[in-house]
Design a protein around this ligand. Structure first.
Ligand SMILES: Cc1cc2nc3c(=O)[nH]c(=O)nc-3n(C[C@H](O)[C@H](O)[C@H](O)COP(=O)(O)O)c2cc1C
Length: 383
């Protein structure tokens, strides 16, 4: 619904916009900078291995890291064993999750070979068993009101009385595994969404692609619309795929009838996309895009958060692989009216060997340097 906050179980989010899990990208620092730009209803962690969380491996604990400002936060689990998924869900509840999500959409071999992710689309009874088992575990571990106050963020808890309330469960899926099934009108997603609603799932996100499509082609709005129709308002459906501009989010809602929109890659280049999508829905207009100085400050903030939350080495690794995403919005024209070239800036960030080098590159670009072609690059390398 356009401009209506999304409700997931007892949680009414401030908007209907969610940050998608993107393995390797949606860490605490990135979630924080997206929240700071406004408009974001809830952010999701990247997919988490319940075994890793339960064993306490450093990588899993880093991925699950959250803090008091990172709320409401959804923690996403993947796997195929109902018992282990339930134990993982309990761990996530004990470590700050506002919502638990089960990954039923990941097409990556590492996950599907172990029957997790979108492999569950080929075994609906198992998918439903996992959801049922996790939902039951969440019912057994409800949170009291004081704890809810700590993990609700700017959302609202809509539940009368004073009894403890369980953390809600969501699932994220694709349309189905095979293209041919979708083409023949046999996508499993509408039926699976119904089974999940029966199992106690509070909302379902549908990425409008098949597993075989991976990330190619265009999102299929009709496939998401079928799920919305089948569910008939019993639980909210969140549409996902290819939202890169505010108008894309509006189109997703209009074409599918979904109650929420999840954005992944669009946020990597445009962390303020949630603010814009929400203002387009609620006011019919989009605020002016941040200028280069503001975008540089957002990149700097991300980099500094990474340094504090992890360390300089990791912050350098992350800024190196993300600078191209961030640079997509570093557009404009120079004094002569020529488009700004960002290659020297990207090269300078990528070749940075210390935090000081990154700040130097950010400062230079903000001041009008590191733009254009080879000549600028040479100049910066010798300064
Ligand atoms: C590099 C990458 C990693 C992803 N990791 C996850 C993940 O951990 N869990 C998940 O449910 N989806 C994952 N996705 C899928 C996204 O959440 C999302 O469904 C997909 O990118 C489509 O949305 P978008 O067009 O807004 O990016 C990933 C996608 C990409 C490109």
């Amino acid at each position: 619904m356009i401009g209506l906050p999304l409700q997931i179980g007892p949680i009414r989010l401030r908007t209907n916009l969610l940050l998608a899990p993107i393995a390797g990208y949606c860490d605490l620092a990135f979630r924080t900078i997206c929240r700071e730009q406004g408009g974001l209803g809830m952010a999701c962690t990247d997919l988490l291995s319940p075994q890793g969380l339960l064993r306490g491996t450093a990588t899993s604990l880093d991925l699950a890291k959250t803090d008091a400002t990172d709320k409401p936060v959804c923690m996403q689990l993947y796997g195929s064993d109902p018992e282990i998924m339930a134990e993982g869900a309990r761990w996530a509840v004990e470590h700050g999750a506002t919502v638990i999500d089960i990954n039923m959409g990941c097409p990556v071999d590492k996950v599907t070979k172990k029957d997790g992710g979108s492999k569950l689309l080929t075994d609906l009874p198992r998918a439903a068993r996992i959801a049922e088992r996790v939902a039951r575990e969440l019912e057994k571990t409800p949170l009291d009101r004081d704890e809810w106050a700590r993990r609700i963020g700017d959302a609202q808890l809509i539940a009368p009385g004073s009894a403890p309330i369980p953390v809600p469960l969501t699932c994220k899926m694709r349309l189905c595994w095979h293209d041919a099934d979708y083409a023949a009108g046999n996508a499993c997603s509408p039926g699976l969404a119904r089974m999940l609603a029966d199992a106690g799932v509070a909302a379902v996100t549908v990425h409008g692609r098949t597993t075989e499509m991976k990330f190619s082609g265009e999102v299929i709005h009709d496939g998401i619309a079928r799920v919305v129709e089948t569910i008939g308002g019993r639980i909210p459906i969140v549409g996902n795929g290819d939202v890169r501009e505010p108008a894309d989010a509006l189109r997703m809602i209009e074409r599918t009838g979904c109650q929420g929109v999840m954005i992944g890659r669009g946020a990597l280049s445009t962390p303020w996309i949630f603010r814009d999508c929400w203002s387009l829905q609620t006011t019919g207009a989009v605020e002016e895009a941040p200028g280069i100085p503001r975008i540089i400050e957002i990149i700097r903030r991300y980099f500094e958060l990474m340094r504090v939350q992890r360390d300089d080495r990791y912050a350098l690794f992350q800024i190196n692989r993300r600078v191209s995403w961030f640079a997509k919005r570093l557009t404009g024209t120079d004094a002569a009216g020529k488009p700004i070239g960002v290659k020297p800036f990207k090269e300078a960030v990528r070749s940075a060997r210390s935090a000081g080098d990154v700040h130097f590159a950010l400062d230079r670009f903000a001041a009008g340097g590191l733009r254009g072609g080879f000549f600028e690059l040479q100049e910066s390398a010798t300064t």
